[in-house]
Design a protein around this ligand. Structure first.
Ligand code: MEV
Length: 458
């Protein structure tokens, strides 16, 4: 990538210029990008080979988040999402994080879990002992089931047996799937070792399938943000509320990148914003109702990258929420603290993504998405997707902790409302601006604004 992922003013450019810039920055030929997007990326004929009973395809917006730097490497981050403001918010938060060095991400081991259920075991203790003794033989069966993966340097790494009580055991095989998400590979292994495992345990063979709680394929991301980046001007006065945080005694310092507050607006100092974000994090840590929404904000970023790159977002969602509930109490996937002046964030979540196989084989947009992202493999893809999740979470908390989410949301939502009212081309921005200014982002208001825009000038 020639100049990194920072492209000020990108959102103001016409679509065709955005395509050229992304092509230039990523090194992906513009013609390849355009060809990928033709017919919404996937034509009905291809779709018909992908799933059953196909009638057509269903397109979603594809955008790129900017400013994302992970482990000192810049990435344009492809995001597929229908919700207005998610991409802008992630880009904005990534810019704040970038100013303090960007995201620092790591993946320890990257192992998927194959499960074999064995039921009706008369003597579980003896069965566990037999299975443990037979680990070398079971490992051999597992390896033989995935010769190509073994040839690529991956394959089964470890076996574990658990007694679930009530005469039921489960055997886990942990598998390094290299750059594949690995569902098929892991299921092959589970089916290959299942019969022998059940025989050794003298039990009845049950399910043989991967676990989506892939807690041995965890991503960790850390970041810090200087309060200078967090300050913002807000219309909300909250004058009826007792401020949770005392305003700082020093006069506020505006972020270099933020415009000065407009008349009638108040400046919220970055240190106050940082404290409020920590309070928002603690709220999610104490209350599962809030944690669910907090994590929805994280998944706004993660899922959008998962979808853009042709990965299985249901698997990712299942794993993320199961992991969030691992202590018995549903918890946030990202927590925020103060460290000196700075706000610091920590994310930990399972993320099983692939850069080979699956939908990627057939979906031209997913293939283009991976190329423009310039990741070296599945591990880096997971680290970037998790960073996008962290950025989305930070953006949501900063808005919620200050002026609320609706103002920003509504001005962006206004454009889709304008389209729903029938606005075309340049009318969309004009109608959107009008209804956002009126504070009435409804199809009725947009229809009225459109009608008056189309009135012939007298
Ligand atoms: C909306 O898509 C996501 C948020 O609700 C997340 C949050 O509340 O943290 C804004």
């Amino acid at each position: 990538m020639t100049d990194g992922s920072r492209i000020p003013g990108f959102y103001r450019l016409p679509l065709s210029e955005r395509l050229s810039l992304v092509a230039e920055r990523s090194g992906l030929p513009r013609a390849e990008l355009e060809a990928a997007f033709a017919r919404g990326g996937l034509d009905a004929e291809k779709a018909d080979k992908l799933v059953e009973n196909v009638l057509g395809t269903y397109a979603l917006p594809f955008g790129v988040a900017l400013n994302v730097r992970v482990n000192a490497r810049d990435h344009l981050v492809p995001m597929v999402v229908e919700e207005p403001s998610v991409i802008a918010a992630a880009s904005n938060a990534a810019r704040m994080i970038r100013a303090s060095g960007g995201f620092h991400a790591e993946i320890g081991e990257a192992l998927m879990t194959a499960q074999v259920q064995i039921a009706s075991v008369a003597d579980p203790a003896e069965a566990v002992a037999h299975l443990v003794n037979a680990k070398p033989k079971l490992m051999e069966l597992a390896r033989a089931a995935v010769p190509n993966l073994v040839a690529r340097g991956g394959g089964p790494r470890e076996i574990d047996v658990r007694d679930l009580g009530s005469g039921m055991l489960v055997l886990h095989v942990y598998v390094d799937c290299r750059d594949a998400m690995g569902a098929n590979l892991v299921n092959c292994i589970a089916e290959a070792v299942g019969p022998s495992a059940a025989e050794l345990a003298r039990g009845v063979l049950g399910l043989r399938i991967l676990s989506n709680l892939c807690d041995r394929r965890l991503v960790r991301v850390r970041c810090r943000v200087h309060p200078r980046e967090l300050g913002l001007s807000t219309k909300a006065t909250h004058s009826h509320e007792r401020p949770a945080i005392d305003p700082p005694s020093e006069p506020p310092r505006a972020a270099a990148s933020e415009p000065p507050p407009a008349p009638g607006e108040a400046w919220v100092d970055g240190r106050v914003v940082a404290e409020r974000i920590v309070l928002a994090s603690r709220f999610a840590e104490l209350d599962p109702y809030r944690a669910a929404t907090h994590n929805k904000g994280v998944m706004n970023g993660v899922d959008a990258v998962v979808l853009a790159t042709g990965n299985d977002f249901r698997a990712v969602e299942a794993g993320a929420h199961a992991y969030a509930a691992r202590s018995g109490r549903y918890a946030p996937l990202v927590v925020w603290r103060r460290d000196g002046e700075d706000l610091t964030g920590e994310l930990e979540m399972p993320l099983a993504l692939g850069t080979v196989g699956g939908t990627l084989r057939v979906h031209p947009v997913a293939q283009a998405a991976l190329k423009l992202m310039r990741v070296s493999g599945a591990d880096e893809l997971a680290m970037v997707a998790a960073s996008a999740g962290m950025a989305s979470n930070l953006a949501a908390l900063r808005a919620l902790a200050t002026e609320g989410i609706q103002r920003g949301h509504m001005s962006l939502h206004a454009r889709s409302v304008a389209v729903a009212a029938g606005a075309l081309g340049s009318e969309v921005e004009l109608v959107a601006l009008t209804i956002a200014d009126q504070g009435s982002v409804t199809v009725e208001a947009a229809t009225r604004a459109l009608a008056s825009l189309r009135l012939p000038a007298s």
